[in-house]
Design a protein around this ligand. Sequence first.
Ligand code: ADP
Ligand code: MG
Ligand code: ZN
Length: 629
Amino acid sequence: MDKRTHFSIWYLLFAFLVMFFIQSVLFGPNVETIPYSDFVKLVKQGKIQSVVLSDKLIMATPTPSYVEELKASGKVPAWKLKKHQILTSVRVQDPKMISLLLSHNVRVSAKLENKWLTNFLFSWILPLILLFIIWSYFFNRMGQGGPGLLSIGKSRAKIYEEKETGVTFQDVAGQDEAKEEVREIIDFLKYPDRYQAIGGRLPKGILLVGPPGTGKTLLAKAVAGEAHVPFLSISGSDFVEMFVGVGAARVRDLFAEAEKRAPCIIFIDEIDALGKARGIGGVAGNDEREQTLNQLLAEMDGFDTKKGVVILAATNRPEILDPALLRAGRFDRQILVDRPDVLGREAILKVHARKVKLADDVDLKVIAKRTPGFVGADLANLLNEAALLAVRKGKDQVGMKELEEAIDRIIAGLEKKKRVMNKKEKEIVAVHETGHALVAEAVPHGDPVHRISIIPRGIGALGYTLQLPTEDRYLMTKEELLDKIAVLLGGRAAEDLTFHEISTGAQNDLERATDIARRMVMSYGMSEALGLVTFEKTPRSTLMGETYPSPGQVKEYSEKTAMLIDEEVKKIIQTSYDRVKEILNAHRDNLKRVSEALMEKEVLEGDVFRKMIGKESEANQKEAEVMES
Ligand code: ADP
Ligand code: MG
Ligand code: ZN
């Protein structure tokens, strides 16, 4: 784009030069400049026919006979000697000139110089042209990659249309409930007449809600694929442009396009980018987003479902959506696309395993059990990682070993064997991780240790202790939470006991422990001093399995209560810490032995670890939770 602009500037200059040249040489009269004295001489010799006087110049036309004379003399090139031969001379102050001219019978006329056109050209048109060139140059740069000047309001550039998505329900695994719920829509899109005949009305908008990577986009595509209708998709963030009014225009376009293609599906991904509740987040008074949202609401209201257009939208943050979006007649039906359970995970693994060559020893059931909390995208990634590992090892099949390694990788980040720790650091990390592991095995509700490692992984994590919970957990008791805190504090306490000094390595542990303690006090009413009171009212999406900082949350308690909360949290942590130290004190020799073994081998499997501390091995398969430090 740069190049072209430069080029056109030079082109323009060139054109100007050519024009001047043509003007002055080809179309202008032939002009020869002579000194004033020569001019006077010519007049006296009677060789001037007429003159035109202007402010500064004298333009004289010679008599035909003088022209002939000049031609004959050969002094002046022939091409200059045409009919309109004119001699010019700069006019000097000569009061006698007029009388001289008149006495020699020269026809005298005067001319007012007309500069209007040139003035206009140079003072107005040229600057304007320059300005336009500069402006368009910058505008082009701004819009690089984006739509050009003329397509601002057209969403076509951003609407992705697929005539046939090619995705079917078979590609979506482990979301049976969600699939059941969208089946009706497919039916409607396939046979709109049937529904019209009865007068049934389907919801206009359906909101797919769930954490990232659970297959919302996939499900939406599968609906289109199953119904064999076009799939128009656009992302919420595509609506939010920097020019006010563009987003609204895009919405209008989108619905117009959809109407033309009906029956079809409109899919708005990440609708939270545009549908945030008004007044929260972003700059105060974000006019553009508000205008776009209003346009969307208006289009949805004015839309007739009978035409066979179904609007699907996806979000992982339903709690921040503007309530107006969720009202009846808009996105009034929500479908939960949640994290898959063990069976779901196994089904998803099976879907993606079709593309990979698996060895006979691979049991996807076991893999599914090891990957709680994994979403579809993670599982797809897992198989891919395992395949890459197998290739790197020169195998032609993916075995259980690669899959396990891939799980570890995804859970704890990539192995960074190359990273060297000094001996002291290694010792600290070994003691720290052993502390976690010992506490995990000692407390009654601790999840069994699956593996201890001091191989650095990812960024910031120096080692990790992997625990395997026995089942998916939805509810936890106070004791279980306290045990969790104890395990988290185990690393720090072990360092404290062994070296009588502490490192910075426990920051993440402390953060997580504090977070659990704070939630026990504030959300779960588990503090005796504060009683059965919860201090967090704003909706948090528990279905995500994680909490988002709720927007615009207002503290609904006094400073005094706040202090009390802080005190209670501190008390929980302190009591737990004392308890952990006691546990580790009783296991001092174990701590020493295991940490030394760990320094040597870098990785200890759970069973080996339990044998070392004289504990029965846990036979059953469990699910992993990672404890990084
Ligand atoms: P979301 O839109 O919820 O963030 P996607 O639909 O984009 O998630 O999923 C990303 C990828 O993960 C999909 O392309 C697919 O390969 C895989 N995936 C996610 N969920 C599933 C599922 N339930 N079954 C099969 N594959 C899935
Ligand atoms: Mg998506
Ligand atoms: Zn730790």
